[in-house]
Write a protein that binds this ligand. Sequence first.
Ligand code: GLC
Length: 574
Amino acid sequence: MKMKRMFVWVAAVVMCGCMVELSASGQTSAHAVDAEGHQWWQHAVFYEIYPRSFADSNNDGVGDLKGITSKLDYLKDLGVDAIWITPCFPSPQVDFGYDVSDYENIDPMYGTLADFDELASDARKRNIRIILDFVVNHSSDQHPWFLDSKSSRTSAHRDWYMWHDGKGSGQPPNNWTSEFGGSAWKFDAATNQYYYHFFYAEQPDLNWHNPAVKNAMFDVTRWWYDRGVSGFRLDAVDTLFEDPKLRDNPDQPGTNAYGDPIQNRIYNTKLPEVHDVLRGLRQVADKSGAVLIGETWTKDVSELRQYYGDHSDELQMPMDLMFTKLNFSAPVFREHMAAVDGAGGWPVYVISNHDIVRSSDRYGDGEHNDQIAKVMAALYLTLRGTPIMYYGEEIGMKTTPPTRKEEVKDPIGQTGWPKEKGRDGERTPMQWDDSNNAGFSTASTTWLPVAADYTAKNVKAEEGDPNSLLNWHKQLIAMRKNNPTLRDGKMEMLDRNNPSVLSYVRAGVAGQPAMVVALNFTAEPQTITLDPRTAGVSGDTVHTLLTNASSLDHQSSLADITLPPYASWIGSLK
Ligand code: GLC
């Protein structure tokens, strides 16, 4: 069945939940709350930018800050409220910026602090906030702190990192392995000790037991808040603390892509001390009304809950990264959404990022990827919670992994080849148009090759196609912004035993009607009957707000709704 997109606007755009407190710049004040008691970040759509790959203003083949500035109108038009820029600080770029050698500057490859200020000011004019990526677990081995730390056993910064004697000649202090392969300990002949690195050896772990480290790192956040940053995404928070006794991790059966034994990392990840640090960072953030987003890879919802803090005094936005591991299945998402929604904190849904296979390939079946991407967009943009998009998601960019080891840029792809191909595939340049290098850069070569499908899959082409994934995202985001029920209304699952269709109701708020959402996860038409009364919401008739199935344009009954394959339908209850 041919799917035709149809969009019915809400008769009147209801500007409800108004943020009343406006700052001098015209941007809503960081502390303002709406009628529901919600803050700006609870209603914002966040968008992750990998700056190397977004837009290249000086045509050296690598993206930069001025490139991002040049695309602010695009982001505004899409409906983005906050951009999270992955690390753009001075760095030897061993881990493409996640090895920071100066926390309070901009890498010349990306521009200058003046370029950052210009980006921040131009973004502010468009009511777009800037979130930076704070690499809290480790610095670069070229950071002056580490260079000093390494210089002698008695240096001022020696205890800023984790130095230990080996167990015996040529033997590291314990069996801990690096996430990126090999031992997590590197021997330094000059001082005859080992230092600890959870990631690459060029990323030595900071010693968070040392109050001086804590003070210095807290000051970094103050420095950026004073420069107008609205918050941080905290990198790798799980790995901040290690067992002071350095006990060996228990081995588990099997080896990983690097040939290392698989370990149960009970002694070097997720130690409880991290919560003290998060509380401290939050206190600093609160003074500036800033938001903290966590890279929280949790195994279940109860672990996720802990990151909000017992008194909601830790991360405002721990990311639900479990979302990225789910199979494309209505029952799987139903169970997950209900659990996260009930976890007690404000949910933060992440569909993709720079470390994992792109969502188009993860959820797609290879045959209906674009249709499936529309279902996923309708899902994560109509949930109660804050969505975080990844650049290129909105046009359905695919993962394009390297085909030969010689092409690999990400060192983990070089170490782990061919089992682990690295993360280059999800970091390819943004596809703006069908010109050379997809309009990303006019350089003769770009740092990673542009994906081959760019001539058809690009922003310009999708802007001109009313049925495109890009326009679908714009419509969903616009609807979300103009609809207090979608932003704030309580969520309850409907038709809970349906194996094919995920449906839920959002209770009306601020005098606005309740809404129902139904998503067909299958390649066959599905007929459903919804009864929102099971969720304590009244309303017998419905009015279509947005659908990509023209047959549902005038749906007025909640009984016998036939959703074409992969159709999404959002209706307002009467
Ligand atoms: C985080 C980042 C990843 C990086 C790692 C080490 O997981 O998202 O890209 O390699 O931390 O900083």
